[in-house]
Design a protein around this ligand. Structure first.
Ligand SMILES: [Fe+2]
Length: 472
């Protein structure tokens, strides 16, 4: 095990709830490994700037929302925005300040339990489906909590002796916060979609169909082509440069047969062809569990699609309902839907190793959250497109530990490892993912039925297979 990981074991011990700060030093024993690997020694100054920028961005995402919007929870998988604002702050207070602040005193003792998400080592927490019942503390107090913790973290970073362990944990907290930034957008989208008025989170972007009058100027959709990819022994996993979560390690060898990847994501028009071909009524295309799921849920189309009285399709977006744009990537699909579509299209989903091998030579740039579109955009150009951004791409790979991965005991060691069951890996980031948060080795994961994330489809085929386009 490399020495860096050993240092994480020392780093991430947590005091038991209620332990006086002065007693903590004597209780440190190596027991926990962190969920992230360090950013090669981020300087204190750059970390302060990064902290300020990312924490401000979270508030910026909440700015279009009322306090009532921020308190509501639309389903057990989604959390209220107020909870996200508090929980991301809790992460810094619990994992950084408790350990490194010289005269630590909690902002509010109850918050340690209230805003714990799933860390058994920290202790009890409210049930996830009941986060919407936390009407106290109010939104104003949660914002005050954020200001308090921000001041204390920035004060910690002013100290000349702020060591690498504290800096690494702050960096981990910032990547954690960016994960919650994406969840704020997807949870709000689900919440607003349940309102019969279908209110917009914000005004539509100018090039969404609702405001697009100049059809002649619209970019042309790149045709779907098949890109040949070499097989053989390939390296998979984080290469050690910059930050990565522990689930991206250890880097290891995987064997791939030669394969082909679709040049872009499946579009709404292509997925609509599946819908109109009776795809949701034909068990031939579905995994047994997926077939049971669509029958039980009475599903006949993607999550945010709606068929209007005149037969036209519309789609709910963060800009409100808009006509379904045939050329944009189909999103908010479950693994079941992605897999069924792939079978219908005489293709399959890529494995995560196939995806990573193909993406490894590309810079992680594209239609990510920083573009501020918060919706897919049209794929243009030749070769592999949309690898990063637009939509997380379902892979056929179960979320499992890489060879040699050892989840550690302790609180932050619970970040990833304990979720490696009954989930599938998604790759590439979406239009709601911060640009400096994603990379080729990044492993997102959700259960097969989840579809409230910006999740879409890139098809794969074995080498030597047909060139036929799924839409042909
Ligand atoms: Fe979290």
């Amino acid at each position: 095990m490399d020495s860096r990981i050993d240092s994480w074991r020392e780093l991430l011990n947590l005091k038991p709830s209620g332990t006086p700060a002065a007693a903590r030093g004597a209780q440190r024993t190596p027991e926990a490994r962190g969920a992230g690997r360090a950013d090669n020694g981020a300087s204190v100054d750059s970390l302060r700037l990064r902290y300020t920028r990312i924490r401000a961005r979270t508030l910026q995402l909440a700015a279009p929302l009322s306090d009532e919007d921020c308190g509501a929870q639309s389903m057990p998988d989604a959390s209220p925005v107020k909870w996200h604002l508090a929980h991301t702050t809790w992460f810094f207070e619990t994992f950084v300040l408790e350990r490194f602040e010289r005269r630590f005193a909690p902002y509010n003792r109850a918050f340690r339990m209230l805003f714990n998400s799933y860390y058994d080592a920290v202790g009890a927490r409210p049930l996830r489906p009941e986060r919407g019942l936390l009407t106290r503390p109010g939104a104003a107090e949660v914002r005050a909590y954020r200001r308090n913790v921000d001041a204390r973290i920035l004060a910690l970073l002013k100290l000349h002796d702020t060591g690498a362990p504290a800096r690494d944990l702050i960096l981990l907290g910032l990547h954690h916060e960016q994960q919650h930034q994406e969840l704020i957008l997807t949870d709000v989208k689900h919440l607003l979609s349940r309102n019969p008025m279908r209110p917009a989170y914000r005004k539509p972007e100018p090039d969404l169909p609702a405001a697009s009058a100049d059809v002649a100027a619209a970019p042309l959709l790149a045709p779907l082509t098949w890109v040949e990819c070499d097989g053989g022994n390939v390296q998979v996993g984080h290469d050690g440069a910059g930050f990565a979560f522990d689930n991206e390690t250890p880097r290891h060898v995987a064997y791939l047969e030669p394969y082909r990847l679709a040049s872009r994501l499946v579009t709404n028009a292509e997925f609509l062809a599946f819908v109109e071909d009776g795809g949701y009524r034909d068990p031939r295309w579905w995994l047994a569990e997926g077939w049971d799921w669509i029958l039980a849920q009475r599903l006949a189309h993607p999550l945010y699609w709606h068929r209007d009285a005149d037969g036209a399709w519309s789609e709910f977006t963060l800009g409100g309902s808009v006509p379904l744009d045939p050329n944009l990537a189909a999103v908010h699909l479950s693994y079941y839907e992605a897999d069924a579509y792939a079978r219908w299209a005489d293709a399959r989903l890529p494995t995560e190793a196939e995806w990573e091998h193909a993406a490894a030579g590309f810079r992680p740039q594209g239609n990510l959250a920083d573009a501020n579109r918060l919706h897919p955009r049209i794929a243009c150009g030749a070769g592999l497109q949309q690898l990063f951004g637009d939509a997380w791409e379902w892979t056929s790979s179960s979320y499992a530990p890489y060879p040699g991965f050892k989840p550690a005991p302790g609180a932050v060691g619970e970040y990833n490892g304990k979720f490696m069951v009954n989930q599938y890996v998604l790759r590439g980031g979406s239009c709601a993912t911060p640009a400096d948060h994603v990379r080729a080795s990044y492993r997102n994961f959700f259960p097969a039925h989840a579809r409230w994330q910006f999740s879409g489809i890139r098809l794969a085929r074995d080498a030597g297979s047909s060139d036929a386009s799924p839409a042909a």
